[in-house]
Design a protein. Structure first.
Length: 324
């Protein structure tokens, strides 16, 4: 059976990153855009704040609910907060900022350092196995969020000498450079806006040709209108589920979830997420309702159910191939 089909533009969810130095307006711009999207599609807006409550300082200007994270800023903590908003039916989410998941206390860089210490080696190459795994799980959680997502990333700072034409002399200006996140993180987003200290948003990457390479001074209603006209109502977006993996892999993965070794995994249409109590696992399957696996009997029963679904899946695929 051929997998070739005609390409079609599907309904899409926003995946946007705002980068810039402190004071450039990342938080304000993210909240403003999220609020306008929420009003446009009648959606609830949530915020994950790692910046010591900075988002809540704008609570009188924008309507949103917030989870304020405190150290350690592990990727797992971000994912747990995202799961809470998903469970609460929030479909617009701002994460301010994702830089802490990389370089903050408990972030990926610290995970690598701690692992290297445990291995008693100065060579962090092997320790990056754990760091890369944590980063990949985090990125997968971001891109699979079932709603519109806006994240901010701090930029590394640099000072440059520039000629001030009005004053006729050289001045020292602070500028933002590459974001504080893993190299290439910007490729995960459909729109990347770089902000400067004059509150200009420069679109450095986008799949929306209406705003490509544009500069938006103090972005507001005009910028939000361009974005809203490009994205879709989450209710009209079909979230991908993927194919079911081999039965033996499913058994291994679910067993690791229950053992507390994994936080969030997606197996076909089944979402497995570790409960706050590490001894239990919260699963979604069967009748589409959450269930708690907290013992070997429930685990065995659920594994049997999943294996039956695998068999059904394989049978359906075989039928399709025969029909083709």
């Amino acid at each position: 059976m051929s997998r070739i089909k005609k390409a079609e533009r599907k309904n899409i969810l926003l995946r946007m990153a705002l980068t810039g130095p402190s004071g450039s307006g990342k938080t304000w711009t993210a909240l403003d855009l999220a609020t306008r999207i929420g009003k446009n599609f009648d959606l609830k807006v949530g915020v994950i704040d790692t910046e010591r409550g900075s988002a809540s300082k704008y609570a009188e200007k924008f309507g949103f609910d917030v989870i304020e994270l405190v150290p350690p800023f592990s990727p797992d903590e971000y994912i747990r907060a995202m799961d809470e908003f998903v469970d609460g039916k929030y479909q617009v989410l701002v994460i301010d900022s994702t830089s802490h998941a990389w370089a903050g206390e408990g972030g990926v860089l610290e995970i690598v350092d701690n692992r290297a210490k445990q291995m008693k080696t100065a060579n962090t190459y092997a320790a990056w196995r754990d760091g890369t795994k944590a980063q990949n799980v985090f990125v997968n959680a971001l891109v699979s969020f079932p709603g519109h997502l806006i994240v901010t990333m701090r930029s590394k700072m640099a000072y440059v000498q520039e000629r001030d034409a009005k004053k006729g002399r050289t001045v020292i200006n602070k500028v933002g450079m590459e974001p504080v996140q893993r190299d290439g993180m910007e490729y995960e987003f459909d729109i990347v806006g770089d902000m400067d200290l004059d509150h200009n948003l420069v679109v450095s990457k986008t799949r929306n040709d209406a705003i490509a390479d544009k500069v938006f001074p103090r972005p507001g209603a005009g910028f939000a209108s361009e974005v809203c006209s490009w994205v879709s109502d989450p209710a009209d977006v079909e979230m991908p589920t993927g194919d079911l993996p081999p039965a033996e892999d499913m058994v291994k993965l679910l067993t690791r979830v229950v053992a507390g070794e994994e936080h969030c995994l997606k197996i076909g249409a089944f979402k497995l997420a570790k409960h706050r109590d590490n001894a239990r696992a919260k699963v979604l399957g069967r009748d589409g309702k959450p269930d708690i696996i907290d013992g070997p009997d429930k685990l065995n029963g659920y594994l049997t159910y999943l294996l039956d679904k695998v068999a059904e899946h394989k049978k359906a695929e075989a039928t399709k191939e025969e029909a083709a």
